[in-house]
Design a protein around this ligand. Structure first.
Ligand code: DX5
Ligand code: ZN
Length: 227
Protein backbone atom coordinates (compact mmCIF):
# COMPACT_ATOMS: atom_id res chain seq x y z
CA UNK A 1 0.00 0.00 0.00
CA UNK A 2 1.11 3.52 -0.77
CA UNK A 3 -0.08 6.56 1.19
CA UNK A 4 0.49 9.83 -0.67
CA UNK A 5 -0.30 13.12 1.08
CA UNK A 6 -1.31 15.82 -1.41
CA UNK A 7 0.66 19.03 -0.94
CA UNK A 8 -2.35 21.04 -2.14
CA UNK A 9 -3.68 20.96 1.44
CA UNK A 10 -0.39 22.08 3.00
CA UNK A 11 0.32 25.49 4.54
CA UNK A 12 1.73 27.32 1.50
CA UNK A 13 3.47 29.92 3.67
CA UNK A 14 5.90 27.22 4.85
CA UNK A 15 6.16 24.70 2.03
CA UNK A 16 9.68 23.43 2.80
CA UNK A 17 8.68 22.58 6.38
CA UNK A 18 5.44 20.98 5.18
CA UNK A 19 7.34 18.73 2.76
CA UNK A 20 9.66 17.73 5.61
CA UNK A 21 6.65 17.02 7.84
CA UNK A 22 5.25 14.69 5.18
CA UNK A 23 8.66 12.99 4.96
CA UNK A 24 8.70 12.31 8.72
CA UNK A 25 5.08 11.13 8.81
CA UNK A 26 5.67 7.62 7.47
CA UNK A 27 3.95 8.43 4.16
CA UNK A 28 5.37 6.76 1.06
CA UNK A 29 4.93 9.36 -1.71
CA UNK A 30 4.26 13.07 -2.01
CA UNK A 31 1.40 13.84 -4.40
CA UNK A 32 1.84 17.10 -6.34
CA UNK A 33 -1.28 18.57 -7.97
CA UNK A 34 -0.46 20.75 -10.95
CA UNK A 35 -3.39 22.86 -12.17
CA UNK A 36 -3.23 25.24 -15.11
CA UNK A 37 -6.47 27.25 -14.83
CA UNK A 38 -7.66 25.74 -18.12
CA UNK A 39 -7.99 21.96 -17.82
CA UNK A 40 -9.37 22.67 -14.34
CA UNK A 41 -10.75 25.96 -12.97
CA UNK A 42 -7.89 26.52 -10.52
CA UNK A 43 -4.15 27.23 -10.52
CA UNK A 44 -1.70 25.61 -8.10
CA UNK A 45 2.07 25.68 -8.64
CA UNK A 46 4.62 24.81 -11.30
CA UNK A 47 8.03 23.21 -11.86
CA UNK A 48 9.99 25.96 -10.06
CA UNK A 49 8.13 25.23 -6.82
CA UNK A 50 8.64 21.47 -7.22
CA UNK A 51 12.37 22.01 -7.87
CA UNK A 52 12.62 24.15 -4.73
CA UNK A 53 11.03 21.38 -2.65
CA UNK A 54 13.12 18.53 -4.07
CA UNK A 55 16.11 19.03 -1.68
CA UNK A 56 13.72 18.96 1.30
CA UNK A 57 12.48 15.43 0.63
CA UNK A 58 13.51 11.89 -0.23
CA UNK A 59 9.87 10.95 -0.92
CA UNK A 60 8.83 9.71 -4.36
CA UNK A 61 7.33 12.72 -6.18
CA UNK A 62 3.99 11.73 -7.75
CA UNK A 63 3.14 14.56 -10.16
CA UNK A 64 -0.51 14.79 -11.22
CA UNK A 65 -0.85 17.04 -14.27
CA UNK A 66 -4.31 18.60 -14.56
CA UNK A 67 -3.19 20.62 -17.54
CA UNK A 68 -4.37 21.12 -21.13
CA UNK A 69 -0.86 21.15 -22.59
CA UNK A 70 1.24 18.57 -20.73
CA UNK A 71 3.49 18.30 -23.80
CA UNK A 72 5.31 21.47 -22.77
CA UNK A 73 5.52 20.50 -19.09
CA UNK A 74 6.98 16.99 -19.08
CA UNK A 75 10.65 17.95 -19.36
CA UNK A 76 10.41 20.82 -16.86
CA UNK A 77 8.81 18.54 -14.26
CA UNK A 78 11.36 15.78 -14.87
CA UNK A 79 14.14 18.34 -14.38
CA UNK A 80 12.37 19.56 -11.23
CA UNK A 81 12.55 16.07 -9.71
CA UNK A 82 9.33 14.22 -10.62
CA UNK A 83 9.54 10.43 -10.21
CA UNK A 84 6.21 9.74 -11.87
CA UNK A 85 3.98 11.86 -14.10
CA UNK A 86 0.26 11.26 -14.53
CA UNK A 87 -1.70 12.72 -17.45
CA UNK A 88 -5.44 12.59 -18.08
CA UNK A 89 -7.28 10.27 -20.50
CA UNK A 90 -9.57 13.22 -21.30
CA UNK A 91 -6.76 14.57 -23.53
CA UNK A 92 -7.92 11.99 -26.09
CA UNK A 93 -5.74 11.16 -29.07
CA UNK A 94 -2.71 12.89 -27.52
CA UNK A 95 -2.53 10.30 -24.75
CA UNK A 96 -0.34 7.64 -26.49
CA UNK A 97 2.45 10.08 -27.32
CA UNK A 98 2.33 11.61 -23.85
CA UNK A 99 2.68 8.18 -22.21
CA UNK A 100 5.50 7.34 -24.57
CA UNK A 101 7.31 10.59 -23.83
CA UNK A 102 7.10 10.17 -20.04
CA UNK A 103 8.55 6.66 -20.44
CA UNK A 104 11.29 7.98 -22.76
CA UNK A 105 12.23 10.54 -20.10
CA UNK A 106 12.87 7.60 -17.76
CA UNK A 107 9.97 8.23 -15.37
CA UNK A 108 7.03 6.17 -14.16
CA UNK A 109 3.89 6.62 -16.24
CA UNK A 110 0.45 7.41 -14.81
CA UNK A 111 -2.95 7.79 -16.46
CA UNK A 112 -5.93 9.47 -14.74
CA UNK A 113 -9.66 9.22 -15.40
CA UNK A 114 -12.20 11.80 -14.25
CA UNK A 115 -15.53 10.87 -12.63
CA UNK A 116 -17.69 11.55 -15.73
CA UNK A 117 -15.39 9.60 -18.07
CA UNK A 118 -16.05 5.92 -18.68
CA UNK A 119 -13.38 3.58 -17.36
CA UNK A 120 -13.38 1.78 -20.73
CA UNK A 121 -11.52 4.78 -22.18
CA UNK A 122 -8.31 3.70 -20.42
CA UNK A 123 -8.51 0.07 -21.56
CA UNK A 124 -6.18 0.40 -24.57
CA UNK A 125 -3.39 1.81 -22.40
CA UNK A 126 -3.37 -0.58 -19.45
CA UNK A 127 -0.23 -2.42 -20.59
CA UNK A 128 1.64 0.87 -21.03
CA UNK A 129 1.23 2.40 -17.59
CA UNK A 130 2.64 2.01 -14.09
CA UNK A 131 -0.36 3.62 -12.40
CA UNK A 132 -4.03 4.16 -13.08
CA UNK A 133 -5.56 7.06 -11.15
CA UNK A 134 -9.31 6.80 -10.68
CA UNK A 135 -10.44 10.29 -9.65
CA UNK A 136 -12.96 10.20 -6.81
CA UNK A 137 -13.82 13.93 -7.12
CA UNK A 138 -13.96 16.25 -10.10
CA UNK A 139 -10.41 17.63 -10.10
CA UNK A 140 -9.57 21.23 -9.31
CA UNK A 141 -9.97 21.68 -5.59
CA UNK A 142 -9.05 19.98 -2.34
CA UNK A 143 -11.61 19.33 0.37
CA UNK A 144 -14.44 18.00 -1.82
CA UNK A 145 -16.70 15.06 -0.99
CA UNK A 146 -15.90 11.58 -2.25
CA UNK A 147 -17.98 10.50 -5.27
CA UNK A 148 -19.18 6.96 -4.49
CA UNK A 149 -20.12 6.31 -8.12
CA UNK A 150 -16.38 5.98 -8.86
CA UNK A 151 -16.09 2.78 -6.79
CA UNK A 152 -17.29 0.37 -9.53
CA UNK A 153 -14.61 1.85 -11.81
CA UNK A 154 -11.97 0.83 -9.27
CA UNK A 155 -13.44 -2.69 -9.19
CA UNK A 156 -13.40 -2.89 -12.99
CA UNK A 157 -9.79 -1.68 -13.19
CA UNK A 158 -8.79 -4.24 -10.56
CA UNK A 159 -10.58 -7.01 -12.44
CA UNK A 160 -8.76 -6.10 -15.69
CA UNK A 161 -5.47 -6.04 -13.81
CA UNK A 162 -5.98 -9.60 -12.57
CA UNK A 163 -7.44 -10.93 -15.84
CA UNK A 164 -4.63 -9.49 -17.93
CA UNK A 165 -1.91 -10.19 -15.34
CA UNK A 166 -0.84 -6.55 -15.35
CA UNK A 167 0.67 -4.80 -12.38
CA UNK A 168 -0.18 -1.13 -12.60
CA UNK A 169 -0.89 0.52 -9.27
CA UNK A 170 -4.49 1.56 -8.67
CA UNK A 171 -4.61 5.05 -7.16
CA UNK A 172 -7.57 7.01 -5.79
CA UNK A 173 -7.59 10.78 -5.30
CA UNK A 174 -10.21 13.13 -3.89
CA UNK A 175 -12.23 12.99 -0.68
CA UNK A 176 -10.07 10.19 0.71
CA UNK A 177 -10.32 9.78 4.48
CA UNK A 178 -10.14 6.70 6.71
CA UNK A 179 -13.63 5.51 5.70
CA UNK A 180 -13.42 6.15 1.97
CA UNK A 181 -9.87 4.73 1.84
CA UNK A 182 -11.27 1.50 3.31
CA UNK A 183 -14.09 1.48 0.76
CA UNK A 184 -11.60 1.98 -2.10
CA UNK A 185 -9.27 -0.69 -0.71
CA UNK A 186 -12.12 -3.23 -0.72
CA UNK A 187 -12.69 -2.34 -4.39
CA UNK A 188 -9.01 -2.97 -5.21
CA UNK A 189 -7.20 0.36 -4.74
CA UNK A 190 -3.66 0.16 -3.35
CA UNK A 191 -2.49 3.78 -3.57
CA UNK A 192 -4.25 6.48 -1.57
CA UNK A 193 -3.91 10.23 -2.12
CA UNK A 194 -5.20 12.43 0.68
CA UNK A 195 -4.82 16.16 1.11
CA UNK A 196 -7.22 17.44 3.75
CA UNK A 197 -7.28 14.18 5.75
CA UNK A 198 -3.49 14.20 6.21
CA UNK A 199 -1.98 17.69 5.84
CA UNK A 200 -4.72 19.34 7.85
CA UNK A 201 -4.06 17.11 10.86
CA UNK A 202 -1.84 18.43 13.60
CA UNK A 203 -0.27 14.98 13.92
CA UNK A 204 0.27 13.71 10.37
CA UNK A 205 2.23 10.68 11.60
CA UNK A 206 -0.78 9.45 13.59
CA UNK A 207 -3.10 10.21 10.63
CA UNK A 208 -0.95 8.20 8.21
CA UNK A 209 -0.75 5.31 10.67
CA UNK A 210 -4.53 5.32 11.15
CA UNK A 211 -5.22 5.40 7.41
CA UNK A 212 -2.80 2.51 6.87
CA UNK A 213 -4.57 0.51 9.56
CA UNK A 214 -8.01 1.25 8.10
CA UNK A 215 -6.81 0.04 4.69
CA UNK A 216 -5.13 -3.05 6.16
CA UNK A 217 -8.21 -3.90 8.19
CA UNK A 218 -10.59 -3.49 5.25
CA UNK A 219 -11.45 -7.11 4.62
CA UNK A 220 -11.78 -7.78 0.87
CA UNK A 221 -14.48 -10.35 1.69
CA UNK A 222 -16.68 -7.57 3.04
CA UNK A 223 -17.21 -6.20 -0.45
CA UNK A 224 -19.24 -9.29 -1.38
CA UNK A 225 -21.28 -9.12 1.80
CA UNK A 226 -22.12 -5.48 1.19
CA UNK A 227 -23.55 -5.94 -2.34
C1 DX5 B 1 -8.10 17.26 -6.73
C2 DX5 B 1 -6.65 16.86 -6.54
C3 DX5 B 1 -6.43 16.12 -5.29
C4 DX5 B 1 -6.70 16.92 -4.04
C5 DX5 B 1 -7.23 16.00 -2.99
O1 DX5 B 1 -8.17 18.10 -7.80
O2 DX5 B 1 -6.23 16.05 -7.62
O3 DX5 B 1 -5.16 15.52 -5.22
O4 DX5 B 1 -5.56 17.56 -3.53
O5 DX5 B 1 -7.63 16.74 -1.89
P1 DX5 B 1 -8.56 16.14 -0.76
O6 DX5 B 1 -7.87 14.94 -0.20
O7 DX5 B 1 -8.66 17.26 0.21
O8 DX5 B 1 -9.86 15.79 -1.42
ZN1 ZN C 1 -4.26 14.82 -7.46
Amino acid sequence: MIIAPSLLAADFTRLGKEVERAGRSGADWLHLDIMDGHFVPNISFGPAVVAAMRPHSKLFFDVHLMCSQPEILLEPFVKAGADQITVHIELGERVPSLLWKIRALGKKVGLAVNPPTSITAVQPYLDKIDLLLVMTVNPGFGGQSFIHEAVPKIQQADTWRRERKLNYRLEVDGGINNQTAGECARAGADTFVAGTALFQQHNMTAAVKKMRKMVNDSDPGLADLMV
